[in-house]
Design a protein around this ligand. Structure first.
Ligand code: IVH
Length: 673
């Protein structure tokens, strides 16, 4: 191979690198790429004096340095004035229109404001000769060795030999960033390896870029988008912003695909709204939208105010992340007794809302991220999600920060807690714990369990705090007098609740099992258990071996079931449920008995709201009494049960001459009145 062939090979490989890293459209396989790379390495070993600086082997070639040298930028690297809403944007246009009337008819380019770090790349005769940080805008740091490791940055332009020729001198500005998914992956890996957590893609990208050892930078999946030609020996290449972007693309630089041209102010507004709506869907973080006059000559003539050029403005999104002080860590107790920590924060405004508390996920999260009380922490609030703590800012520690100790006792009942070895969870195992009791009763009465309408969290809190119930079974002893003493209860409400409670006694065994709130036993598992064991007594007597033989029951749930039934208080609960008349066994429908059922074989359609039943419970009641519930009225329908505000089913029934019954009659039919 001669030297020219070697240089062609480099050009070829750099082009494939560009297809892969910039265009996301590779033309050759990874294997083929590796083969070409090996070929280059081999030649360079044989002919070391041929080695060209744009060879892909030269990306991570330099050793670590002591510190970065300073570089003076050929042009000041300017900043941008901020706008916070579209009115601010219009005010900016008004201001510059007063300076130059041509602004009135100007067109625009809008670009995502990438939340990364500015870099300045200098190319001479097509070769990358320098990469620098922005610094103070006049003087930056020379980070060429690090820049060269970033695969999306061309070492020589043009990358595509068929595109335009490179200008003799070119200085390009762009933003280095990490994609959201790459950041997540990197952070996971870092925490697994015991490193401290990174706060966000921007900080991580910044840290990665300013590494004295280029090998570290090379190991981070940094990306680049370019958006500005700072200096160019051919002024025609950037007469407008669209032209400049096109030039950058043609030369092989990565340019954001989310940039849009806007003919006038009306399309500008629409394009801004569209990009803002896309914010969360973008693969990278943006903190605003940059609006630029397309005519760069006009923009240059407008000059700048301090470091802010008049020809562009940054429409900033409200911040989603803020730092504030972690004043303390509170602990909530859930239904299963699981303890969850939450952050008590010095109040901070994030996106127009004052945030005082934030999620800390679980106790392991606190330790993994080394979050200490008194720390400055980064808090994020985005969209509908509950605000959460991202992590601490250790650099702001003053020595008064205290590492967090996991609770040894339940914050509500004071009993000792259990540190679950299998999960990242701590549990309060005292079933009489008021916090748990509230959640337990709420769960007991919930839709998928006993389905007691009107017994939501608020009422449950009232009856638990008034000590009317000490376990879920006590709701069956509630009286009208009890309820009337509670805030917000009058005759009707008390009667409705009592009727709903009474009605729940007919719930089938699977719902009762779900209602017990055994850890790991949800609706589906409860159905399995009901059909396997047929009664609570059988389930209570089941051994670990028998339980874990059932499909879907592993050691964790098996143990949880055993533990639950081993608890004395739960025995008492079951006894009380029995006495209250709750069905604790499956009622087998023997052929003889089905014919005895009051609604035997009858097809019933329900319309409107019923006083004593929910949609779910009426279906079940019909079935339990031998009837069939159907959704539509036909001539086969036996009768239509009509509640308040009936729908078109009533008219249909009338037209077909089907028997219509009210709720009272229905209750009599099933012998409840
Ligand atoms: S234009 C004169 N365009 O935002 C040109 N800046 O507050 C001024 N940025 O320091 C910059 N994306 O680091 C421009 N598409 C974009 C940008 C962008 C991110 C950053 C840039 C600048 C800051 C301005």
């Amino acid at each position: 191979m001669d030297k020219q062939q070697y240089l062609d090979l480099i050009k070829n490989l750099n082009y494939h690198n560009y297809r892969y890293h910039v265009m996301d459209a590779p033309l050759i396989s990874d294997g083929e790429f590796d083969r070409l790379m090996k070929q280059i390495q081999q030649i360079e070993k044989e002919q070391p004096d041929w080695i060209s600086p744009d060879s892909p082997t030269q990306r991570a070639g330099s050793p670590a340095s002591e510190k970065f040298s300073k570089v003076v930028h050929p042009q000041p690297v300017l900043s941008l004035a901020n706008a916070f809403d579209f009115d601010d944007v219009l005010a900016w246009l008004d201001r510059i229109e007063r300076i130059d009337a041509r602004v009135r008819d100007s067109d625009f380019v809008i670009e995502p404001k990438i939340d990364g770090l500015t870099i300045v790349l200098t190319y001479e005769h097509g070769m990358l000769v320098q990469g620098a940080t922005r610094g103070n805008g006049d003087v930056g740091e020379n980070i060429t060795a690090n820049i060269r490791t970033i695969r999306g940055i061309p070492l020589r332009i043009p990358v595509d030999p068929n595109a335009i020729a490179a200008p003799e001198q070119l200085v390009v500005r762009g933003e280095i960033f990490l994609r959201k998914d790459d950041f997540e992956k990197l952070n996971e890996l870092n925490i697994q390896e015991g490193g401290k957590s990174y706060l966000n893609p921007r900080n991580t990208a910044a840290g990665s870029l300013r590494q004295l050892n280029p090998a570290v930078t090379a190991s981070r999946p940094l990306k680049l988008f370019t958006y500005n030609i700072l200096q160019c020996s051919d002024p025609e290449l950037d007469s407008t912003q669209m032209k400049a972007l096109e030039t950058l693309r043609k030369l092989g630089f990565p340019v954001s695909p989310d940039i849009e041209y806007c003919q006038d102010r009306i399309t500008l507004k629409a394009a801004i709204d569209k990009l803002a709506a896309k914010r969360d869907l973008l693969a990278y973080e943006i903190d605003g939208i940059v609006i630029k006059l397309n005519d760069l000559r006009l923009a240059a003539e407008l000059g700048s105010v301090g470091k802010d050029p008049r020809g562009a403005v940054a429409l900033k999104f409200p911040a989603r992340e803020m730092t504030t002080k972690l004043d303390g860590i509170g602990v909530n107790v859930g239904r299963t007794g699981v303890l969850t920590p939450y952050a008590i924060l010095s109040p901070v405004e994030i996106g127009g809302v004052i945030v005082k508390q934030a999620t800390l996920h679980n106790f392991d999260f606190i330790h993994e991220r080394d979050i200490r009380i008194g720390d400055s922490v980064m808090v994020k609030r985005a969209g509908d999600v509950i605000p959460y703590v991202i992590g601490p800012i250790p650099d702001l520690r003053d020595g008064n920060q205290v590492p967090y100790q996991n609770p040894k006792t339940c914050p509500v009942c004071g009993e000792e807690v259990e540190d679950s070895k299998e999960e990242v969870a701590i549990y309060c195992i005292n079933s009489a714990c008021p916090a748990q009791l509230i959640r337990n009763v709420e769960h007991f009465a919930s839709r998928g369990a006993m389905d007691i309408e009107g017994l939501g969290i608020k009422i449950v809190e009232l009856i638990v705090n008034d000590q009317l119930v000490a376990d879920p079974a006590d709701i069956y002893s509630l009286t009208k007098e009890n309820l009337l003493k509670l805030e917000g209860f009058a005759d009707k409400k008390a009667e409705n609740l009592l009727a709903a409670i009474e009605n729940s006694k007919k719930q089938p065994l699977n719902r009762v099992i779900n209602a017990l709130g055994i850890r790991g036993v949800g609706e589906v598992m409860a159905e399995t258990l009901a059909s396997e064991f047929k009664s609570i007594d059988n389930l209570a007597a089941a051994s670990y071996e028998v339980l874990t033989e059932i499909e879907g029951i592993g050691p964790r749930v098996g143990t949880a079931i055993l533990d639950w039934f081993a608890n004395e208080k739960n025995h008492a609960l079951i006894q009380k449920l029995k006495q209250a008349g709750i069905k604790l066994e499956v009622t087998e429908k023997s052929p003889a008995s089905t014919t005895d059922l009051p609604l035997n074989g009858k097809i019933i359609v329900v319309t409107g709201t019923l006083a004593n039943f929910t949609r779910e419970s009426i279906k079940e009641t019909i079935q339990q009494n031998g009837g069939k519930n159907s959704d539509s009225v036909s001539k086969n329908t036996d009768f239509v049960l009509v509640g308040e505000n009936p729908g078109s089913k009533l008219t249909k029934a009338q037209s077909l001459g089907i028997q219509i019954i009210d709720e009272e009659t229905f209750l009599m039919m099933i012998n409840l009145k």
